[in-house]
Each structure stands twice: as C-alpha cells, then as structure tokens.
Ligand binder design. Sequence first.
Ligand code: COA
Length: 535
Amino acid sequence: MQVLTSSADLKSSQSQRNRIQVEELVSELRDRLKHVWDGGSSEAVALHRKRGKLLAHQRISSLIDPNTPWLELSPLAAWGIYENQVPSAGIITGIGYVSGRPCVIVANDATVKGGTYFPLTIKKHLRAQEIAMQNRLPAIYLVDSGGVFLPKQAEVFADKEHFGRIFYNQARMSAIGIHQVAVVMGMCTAGGAYVPAMCDENIIVKGTGKIYLAGPPLVRAATGEEVTAEALGGADLHTRLSGVSDHLAENEQEALERCRDAIGYLGRARFPPTRDADPLAPLYPESDLYSLIPSSSQQPMDIREIIARLVDGSRFQEFKSRYGTSLVCGFAHWMGHRVGILANSSALFAESALKGAHFVQLCNQRRLPLIFLQNVPGFMVGKRYEEQGIIKAGAKMVQTVATAKVPKFTIMIGVSHGAGNYAMCGRAYNPRFVFGWPNARTSVMGGQQAANVLVTIKQQQLAKRGKRLSDDEIRQQTESVLTQYDIETSAYYSTARLWDDGILDPIETRSTLGFCLDIAYQSPRTDHRQPVYRW
Ligand code: COA
C-alpha cells in the first residue's frame, strides 16, 4: 500500500490563520450544541423534573449501555427557525447500543412545546426511521408528545412526508423485520397513539404515561363525557383492560430497564461487525486538520494532506493518480473497514467525472463502501468543456453514484456547489449518512457568481427598454445577494433543515464515520453485480 507523506508546513502563518479560524468555528459549534442540550425553557424543564420525569437526554443515557458511544443526529435541527424556540426540533434522535445491539433511538422532548411535532420534528423523526430501515437497526421510541403542533397543522398533517408517514413507516419497518419498541413516558395522543400501538412491544409508565385518541377536554367537547386522563388512557387501563400496552412500569427507570430487556430478547444480531483489519491510527494527528482547512473558501485545500489525517496508517492506494487530477480516488482502510474514497481537489472536469464513474463501479463490484469528501465548486463551465461533452461525463458519474448499491457516506468538508453536490453524493443521492464540517458551504452556486448572474439578467432586461443599472444599484443588488448567500450557504443553515445528519468537529470525523461503517455492516448484502466500464 502506498503511504501518504505530509509536506504541509503547519507552522506557516497561513496554517496558523487556518487553525485560529477553525478553533473559533469549533468553539461556536460547541456553544450551540450546549445551548440546545437542555431542551426547552428553564420553567418547562423545572416543571418536567417536578413531575418526576427525566429529561430526554437523561432517558437516553439510562437506556444505552454504559461506556458505549452515542451518535446524536442533527442536534441543531431547527437552529434559527421558529424564532429559535424549538431546540433540536423538539426531538432527540441518534444511534446507541442497547443490550449490546446498536439501535436507533427517537425521544420526544416534552420541555419543548409539549414535545409537539413541527414540520422539522417530523422530518427528523422520518429521517431516524429511514436510518433504521437502511441499516436494519431496531428502533426505540421514548414517547412524550402532545401530537402535532396545531398552529402549523397545514404543514404537518396531510402530505406524503407529514405526520402520517411515521406510522406508515412503522408498518413497513415491521414488514421487513425491523423490531420496534416504545416506552410511553408522557402524553401520547391522537395520531401519536399509533406510535406505541404499532410497535412490536410497548411499555407504559404508571402515573405519567397516557395513551388516547382524544384527551379529556376533546372528549367533553365531542360527547359531553367527563373523564379523568388516568381513567381515559392511563397505564392501568392499557395493561389490564384495553391491551394497548404490554408492560406496566412503576417509574421511568423501570420502564427503560424493561425496554433494555425487550431488546435483549431479540434474535441474534449481526454484531459486532467483522472489520477487514484492526484499526490503525493515521501517521499524522487528526488535530492537524485545523491547520489544513483553508480560512477562506477561495483558497485551495490539499486533499491528500486531509486524507493522510483520516485513514488508517495514512495508507492510500490511489487510482489513476495521473488522470482527471481534480478528483482524487483511492482505496484505504477507515477504522479497519476497507473503503473507496472520492475527494475533490478542485472543480470537476470531464476526465475527473469519468474517472469518478469508473472508480464508483469498481468499488460497487468489490463491495467496498464509498466515502465522498466534498469540496467541489461545481463542474467546469465554458465552450471548451461543453465541446468535450462535460455534461455526458457528469451524467455518467451521477448515474453510477445514484445506482451504486454499496453504502455511501458523505462529508461536506468545504464548498459544495451545483451538480458537483450531486456527483459527489449529496443528500439526494441517498448516502447512509451526511455530515458537514463547520466551515462547509452549500448552495447552487457561489454567492458572487449568483450576484453576477442576477445583475447581468437585470441589465439585459433594462437594456431592452433602453435603460441601465446605476453603479449604486449594481452594488446594492450584489450586496443583497451576497448577504443572502452568506446566510443560506452556512453549515448551520443546512443542518437546521436536515440537509445533513449533523455538523462535526473535524477531529471527530474519523471516529464518527468509523461508527457509521460499523452500523452499515448490519444491513443485508445486496447483489452488487454491475459491469465496470472503462469510459
Ligand atoms: N399544539 C400546539 N401547542 C401545544 C400543543 C399542541 N398540540 N400542545 C401543547 N402545546 C404548547 C402549549 O401551548 C404550551 O406552549 P407555551 O409554552 O408557549 O405556553 C406548551 O406546549 C406546553 O404545554 P402545557 O399544556 O403548558 O404543558 P404540559 O406539560 O402541562 O402539557 C401536553 C403538555 C402536551 C400534555 C398538553 O399541552 C396537551 O394535552 N396538549 C394538547 C394535546 C392534543 O390534544 N394534541 C392533539 C394534536 S394531534
């Protein structure tokens, strides 16, 4: 195996500027994660505790095996949206080990607007279910929710990927053998009542757990019947009379223990994963990444220097290193798993796209998971490149990425613009997981290019009427587009909308992706045979 040797000058003033900038970005990330960690307002948290209930993260800590990793997904969902009043979109999702088996965990946060479902809460819940389906992981729902957030009913109720999709998914998950267990730790009303009802097994906590189609006020309004919440849908009723629940727990800790028991009695897991080799640390420390990430997205990133800090032993068997050099492709081990890596060193050209397509087919044929390190300003534009058929070449890469059957993983490490996002396996191309670095910037094109395009269009429109834009108008329009793009391209804008599964401190990239590769091992092997073309 070839070994990457670093020639980066980490003491240069540029490297030091890079490090300062990335440290600031990582510190901002930590602050924001800390901000959302506790959930809702201090009053809501105090009331929740007074009721003898654990907070959502405490419930998860009690559920998962001690001293095992917990991969939280999209903790900054809804960041800056809904007046920033819905931390983590009111729902905690992630992957953790329960009774020795990795499980997807979905926990409502009742301190955030009663755990109700906003549009992004639903998107996050559905994404967690998708991860369970793709990776064949059991799903555990810790339910404590007032159902849909009623003022936004038009955005959450009736469409294909709205609230009803959660239960549709539960049925489909069950049909493909994905085990699901619910623990009812609070309110579970209306449609939400189907969450425990559609699980294989569910546990309800005495006193606080409630399941009903309509709560006492609605029953009174609809039929005039006066009934207490406990009599209408409490733990005693559901475990003794209705049979909606299977186990009554005296308190939350006991309920979580019953859940661990339920997972412990599932059939044998394909876990722990068989790695291809023992994980081997890279030759260079991951902390060097801070000095290697350019402080401006205009500066080039030396992608081999980055790869040398991520892969086992910094060993990288490069493929076609002399051809299509704007895309670097090669084989490596990542925490003991053999993988194929595609990483950008600049824009995609026709040759680099063809090389990428060839490499994706090779990995697919060899059943090697694919890792995409996206830093792609887009495909090269211009007459010369159109003549070379860059669209045909790009289409081949997009096709092979879309149809590859091996697990795919994408990390946004820099810019991601235009069709480069698609060819390098952006969210729409179904990677198992997508993460971004805090410096990542995603948009259809760079802000300056968008501003130039829009000014040109305006000028052409006005020219037809014999008018022109003044210098001041050009400056104003340019600044307004730049400001908009600056906000919308940020990693926080992306993660808030679940275009990714979370923002990573770059030095967590290796371990996080290693965990995801372990997880992907759970899914059944599909038939990978497809021809390999030398394009
Ligand atoms: N839609 C919109 N907002 C809701 C809501 C809903 N379904 N359920 C609760 N909220 C809001 C409350 O207005 C309150 O907002 P505020 O903090 O801005 O005042 C916040 O969530 C907390 O609700 P509150 O009733 O004060 O807290 P609680 O812990 O005592 O009770 C619930 C929480 C969810 C049990 C209770 O609010 C409830 O029963 N809600 C109605 C549930 C329902 O009928 N849902 C049907 C939807 S399908």
